[in-house]
Ligand binder design. Structure first.
Ligand code: PRP
Ligand code: ZN
Length: 292
């Protein structure tokens, strides 16, 4: 196979970290400095181009890149700009970086139904998506473009209300705003240029198999097991990536319970070795969130 695919990735920002982690979990690590904008993966026919996230949809639509990983919000915003000539589609949803694009209003403002939005000014980074939403609902409102810190606009009298990305809702709260309508549910998506050949599609399918398994197996695990006291040192040594595990006494005085956070994948061979050393009741649990 001679083809390679070129994927546009976010250079910096929230999605950049997730992408790096996903590729790492796929066994496709890349270690690039801040100034390095291109990286060729040797294990697969994949080249990565690091760019600003708002440029990703156009680069893929024009065919400069075959694929891109970007938030659905950014993809939709650029797609609406010139819908007829836009030439990229969603290849796969990744189920990460979930957030929503919502309309929010000052906490003190009354809201009953959509028609209350008539004649208001809406500050947003996503004027195309917002305008499309307003048109579909027959609302006549103005938009003001803000490329960041959108939530400050109502208090500065730059706009009456806002439409912006909400994740935890903390930024809205801090700025005394309340969410009233969700315009778009967003997440990270892999997008493709519509003219890519079947060979490139096939490479992307292979990559997605790896990505999906990387996404389903978070590499950090909580491991609990019972160990004979005289084998503690040996057992701790083979727990992959665990730093300093906790020990709890058990009713059986010759045994202890070991609790460890393992940062590397726990393979069956390790579990078998643990068993050989006399460990029992070995449980490997997923970790949902962790703060170091
Ligand atoms: C994003 C977004 C919201 C905030 C939502 O802004 O535009 O302001 O995060 O997150 P939350 O609901 O968890 O508070 P970002 O931090 O990227 O800064 P920016 O507005 O300057 O782009
Ligand atoms: Zn923001």
């Amino acid at each position: 196979m001679t083809e390679r695919i070129r994927i546009a990735l976010q250079k910096k920002g929230r999605l950049q970290q997730s992408c790096e982690q996903i590729f790492k979990n796929c066994g496709l690590s890349y270690n690039v400095g801040e100034r390095q904008l291109y990286y060729s993966i040797s294990e697969m026919p994949v080249d990565l181009l690091f760019v600003r996230d708002d440029d990703i949809p156009s680069l893929v639509s024009q065919g400069t890149c075959d694929f891109g990983i970007v938030g659905l919000n950014t993809f939709e915003e650029v797609r609406y700009e010139d819908k007829e000539n836009f030439n990229a589609s969603i290849f796969a949803k990744l189920g990460i970086s979930k957030c929503r694009l919502s309309i929010a209003i000052p906490e003190t403002m009354n809201f009953e139904n959509l028609s209350d939005l008539n004649n208001l000014t809406i500050a947003t980074t996503y004027p195309n998506i917002v305008k499309n939403f307003l048109n579909q609902n027959n609302i006549k409102a103005n938009t003001v473009l803000m490329n960041g810190s959108v939530e400050i606009s109502p208090s500065l009298k730059l706009a009456d209300i806002i439409a912006d990305i909400v994740s935890s809702g903390a930024t809205l709260k801090q700025n005394n705003l309340k969410e009233i309508i969700t315009i778009l549910e967003s997440e990270a998506v892999l997008i493709n240029n519509n003219n890519i050949n079947s060979e490139k599609r096939e490479i992307a399918n292979r990559l997605m198999v790896r990505i999906n398994s990387a996404l389903s197996v978070s590499s950090k695990k909580y491991v609990v097991l019972n160990a004979p006291k005289d084998k503690i040192d040996e057992i701790v040594k083979i727990l992959p990536g665990s730093e300093s595990p906790s020990m709890l006494p058990l009713a059986n005085k010759d045994m202890v319970s070991i609790h460890a956070i393992c940062t590397e994948t726990m393979f069956w061979d390790v579990m078998e070795k643990l068993k050989e050393l006399g460990a029992s009741s070995i449980a490997v649990l997923p970790i949902e969130k962790m703060l170091n």
